[in-house]
Design a protein around this ligand. Structure first.
Ligand SMILES: *Cc1c(COP(=O)(O)O)cnc(C)c1O
Length: 395
């Protein structure tokens, strides 16, 4: 009689979902403290330190805002401070997050037009250029884009898109959701001519969900004067360089989150932002090497078709004839790794590996090893060992 195979899921939990990402122990410790005085002392210093660090994080000399919100709140802050009811906006999507942002824009009363990228591809800068060139009345007020789409793991080429817009001479604002890229991917807001950038705390910034960040360049500020969608809570004006720290957050500051994000930003500064980006790029290449090695007829493939368009922070893996839900269940219940599930159109036939923020070679190789083990348990079509390919890529 053979003994039943042991359950191998006990031990440290490994969560490899693309956000909320792993919060480092240092960050958790930083937030575990009693509520301080919110009018003077360490909280004020922390608040000012975070405010001073944020522009450099995205490469802008413009203003940075911190709101108690998730990424959706950041989307709303960006739109309400720059636009008016009835304004036309062009949304270009290569996954599903830009479409969701567009849905929110439509609900705010904006006139939304959607440009969809081909499956597995980034938004085509030429198409954006053509769309804007056709708008001879210059009635499109903004172009909304997601830098890295977390559903498809495709990265848009922001400098190329900016160049395509500039070539038309069209004055539309360029607003970018960089929620899955800040702290993972090179991002140069001013150099790339981005007017508004949005991020949130729970992806590359290694902090629990609850903070939205919005950066505004000069042209966004000019639009703010005329923006009819401004509301008291989201309005940039009272939050900008306020006479009292309290106003920066339109009320009580996000105390614990500020201590947390200060620590996370310190960790990024200690590692060095170039090194942070290089680490993410190397780990992403290892995941891609693993999937390429696993690939076999009826088996796994990378969703993002062009190597240059593959994100450094998350990888979406199409599973072909392999049941992605079953794979996920085996990884979770039998082997101790929580994978990211495929979203909407990707549900059931894909899974995602988040490699954003607090991720090392050790943690990533563990995740890839578990995926390979689950594939073997499923008797899935397999080319070669993805773990060996990832190790070779990292070596
Ligand atoms: C996670 C994510 C969002 C949504 O953020 P919420 O905090 O869930 O509102 C939006 N865009 C991108 C690219 C994301 O990765």
């Amino acid at each position: 009689m053979t003994s039943p195979s042991p359950n191998l899921s006990h031990g440290p939990d490994t969560v490899a979902i693309p956000g909320p990402s792993i919060v480092p122990p240092r960050v958790l410790t930083a937030m575990a403290r009693p509520m301080p005085d919110i009018y003077e002392g360490d909280l004020i210093d922390t608040s000012l330190e975070v405010a001073a660090t944020l522009p450099g994080l995205v490469g802008t000399s413009g203003a940075a805002f911190v709101a108690i919100a998730n990424g959706h709140g950041g989307w709303e802050m960006a739109l309400t401070n720059t636009l008016s009811r009835g304004d036309r906006v062009l949304v270009a999507d290569c996954g599903l997050f830009a479409t969701a942002w567009g849905d929110l824009a439509r609900a705010l009363g904006l006139d939304v037009e959607l440009l969809r990228a081909d499956d597995g591809r980034a938004v085509d800068p030429v198409q954006i250029g053509e769309y804007l060139a056709a708008d001879t009345l210059r009635s499109i007020k903004a172009v909304l884009l997601v830098h890295v789409d977390t559903a498809s793991s495709i990265r848009n080429d922001l400098p190329a898109i900016r160049a395509a817009i500039d070539a038309t001479g069209h004055p539309a604002l360029l607003m970018v959701d960089a929620i899955a890229s800040i702290g993972c991917e090179p991002y140069r807001m001013d150099e790339w001519g981005i007017d508004v950038t949005i991020s949130a705390s729970q992806k590359g910034l290694m902090t629990p969900p609850g903070l939205a960040f919005v950066w505004a360049g000069d042209r966004a500020w000019e639009a703010h004067d005329q923006a009819g969608l401004r509301t008291p809570y989201w309005d940039w004006l009272p939050r900008h360089d306020p006479p009292a720290n309290y106003l920066r957050y339109c009320g009580t500051p996000p105390v614990s989150h500020l201590f947390a994000v200060r620590e996370a930003l310190a960790m990024i500064a200690e590692e060095g932002i170039d090194q942070v980006w290089a680490r993410h790029a190397a780990l992403a290449r290892a995941v891609q090497a693993a999937v390429d090695a696993w690939a076999a007829p009826g088996g796994l493939t990378l969703w993002a078709r062009e190597p240059a368009e593959r994100a450094n922070s998350v990888t979406t893996i199409y599973t072909g004839a392999v049941d992605a839900d079953l794979l996920d269940q085996i990884a979770r219940a039998e082997l101790g790794v929580t994978l990211g599930i495929g979203l909407r159109a990707f549900a059931g036939n894909s899974f995602r590996i988040g490699h954003m923020g607090f991720v090392s070679a050790a943690s990533l190789l563990g995740v890839l090893g578990v995926v390979e083990t689950a594939l073997l348990r499923l008797d899935a079509p397999l080319g070669a060992s993805g773990v060996a390919a990832a190790a070779a890529a990292l070596a």
